[in-house]
Design a protein around this ligand. Structure first.
Ligand code: FMN
Length: 303
C-alpha cells in the first residue's frame, strides 16, 4: 500500500487532503455524506464569538467556471457551537480542526480559548474572509500578527493562519504570522471578486463583492505557495484553491505545500476525495513513489 501520509509541523496527517472550512458544513452534518477517512483532517465552518446571521440572499452564484460566495460566515456563535456541534465531533473518524473568526483581536482569542474545550486537533485562524465589513486582517501583516499572538496566548492547540491570495506580497504576511506563533499557514482563502448579471443588471451577490473560488483561482494560489515556500523554507503550508483532481494536489505538493485542502469542489462532488486518493496511488505506483511526501517542493526549473 502506498503511503499517502504527510507531516505538518509536529502533526502527521494520514493523507495530504484536508476538507476546507465552510465547504463541509460544521463537519458533523457531512458525517454520513462523505468518507472522512480519505482526509488527513477536516476543518469545521468558522465560528465567531457571538452568533452571526450572515448576509441576505443571494449569497452564492456562478461566475465563469468559478463560484462566488458572500455567505458572511453565518454561524451560531462559539457558545452554541460548544453545546450543539462540539459534542458530536468525536464521531468524525479523522482529526477535526476548528476555525476561529471575529471582528477584532479579542474576539479571535475568546473563540480560540473556548474551542480548547472541544475535541479538536488544531485551530485555523480565518484572517482572510472577504465577506466581512472592512479590510480583511490578512491584507495587513501587522494586524494579522496581532491576531495570531493573541490566539497563541489563548490556546495550547496548534494553530494555522489562513491567509489571502489578495495580499501583496503574501510572503510578508506569512512571515509576520509565523513570527507571532502560527504553526503553519493555510494558503489560502477565496480571491475577492464580483459579477453582474446583464439580464437583471444586478450583482450576483447581495453584498456585491464576495469570495471567488474553484478552478480559476488555482494558479493564483500556486504562485502564493511558491512565494511563501521561497521566503520560509521550513514553514508548513496547507495549500488551498481550485483543487478537484489528483494532479492539482500533486501540483501544490511540488510547489512546496505539505498538505492540500479541497473546498468548493465538494459542492459538485461531495465524495471527490475518494477519486483523488485513488488517483494519487495510481500516480505513485506508475512512478515508483513510496511516500507522497517525497513530492514536496520537487518542482524542476527550465533553466
Ligand atoms: C460557500 C463557502 C463557504 C466558505 N466558508 C468558509 C469559512 O467559514 N471559513 C474559511 O476559513 N473559509 C471558508 N471558505 C473558503 C474555503 O475554505 C476555501 O479556502 C476557498 O473556497 C478556496 O478553495 P476552493 O477554490 O477549493 O474552494 C468558504 C468557501 C465557500 C465556497
Amino acid at each position: 500500500m502506498k503511503d499517502l501520509s504527510v507531516s505538518l509541523g509536529d502533526l502527521t496527517l494520514s493523507t495530504p487532503l484536508v476538507a476546507a472550512a465552510g465547504t463541509v458544513g460544521s463537519v458533523v452534518e457531512f458525517k454520513d455524506v462523505i468518507d472522512f477517512r480519505k482526509y488527513g483532517a477536516a476543518v469545521a465552518k468558522s465560528v465567531s464569538p457571538e452568533p452571526w446571521k450572515g448576509r441576505p440572499s443571494p449569497r452564492i452564484g456562478h461566475a465563469g467556471v468559478g463560484m462566488l460566495n458572500g455567505i458572511g460566515i453565518q454561524n451560531p456563535g462559539i457558545d452554541a457551537w460548544l453545546d450543539e456541534i462540539a459534542p458530536d465531533l468525536p464521531d468524525i473518524p479523522v482529526p477535526v480542526w476548528g476555525s476561529a473568526v471575529a471582528h477584532d483581536v479579542e474576539g479571535f482569542a475568546i473563540v480560540a480559548s473556548k474551542m480548547q474545550e472541544a475535541d479538536l486537533e488544531a485551530i485555523e485562524i480565518n484572517l482572510s474572509c472577504p465577506n466581512l465589513e472592512g479590510i480583511p486582517f490578512a491584507l495587513d501583516p501587522a494586524r494579522s500578527a496581532q491576531v495570531v499572538s493573541h490566539v497563541r496566548a489563548a490556546t495550547t492547540l496548534p494553530i494555522g493562519a489562513k491567509l489571502s491570495p489578495d495580499a501583496q506580497p503574501v510572503s510578508e504576511v506569512a512571515m509576520a504570522v509565523v513570527d507571532a506563533g502560527a504553526d503553519w499557514v493555510v494558503m489560502g482563502n477565496t480571491v475577492m471578486g464580483a459579477a453582474i448579471d446583464p439580464h437583471t443588471r444586478r450583482p450576483v451577490l447581495s453584498g456585491v463583492v464576495g469570495g471567488y473560488s474553484g478552478d480559476p483561482i488555482r494558479p493564483i494560489a500556486v504562485r502564493c505557495v511558491l512565494e511563501i515556500r521561497a521566503a520560509l523554507p521550513d514553514t508548513p503550508i496547507v495549500a488551498c484553491g481550485g483543487v478537484s483532481h489528483a494532479d492539482h494536489v500533486l501540483e501544490y505538493l511540488l510547489a512546496g505545500a505539505d498538505a492540500v485542502a479541497i473546498g468548493s469542489a465538494h459542492f459538485n462532488a461531495p465524495r471527490i476525495a475518494d477519486r483523488i486518493s485513488k488517483d494519487l496511488r495510481t500516480y505513485m505506483t506508475a512512478r515508483g513513489i513510496e511516500r507522497l511526501h517525497e513530492m514536496k517542493g520537487a518542482w524542476e526549473s527550465w533553466i
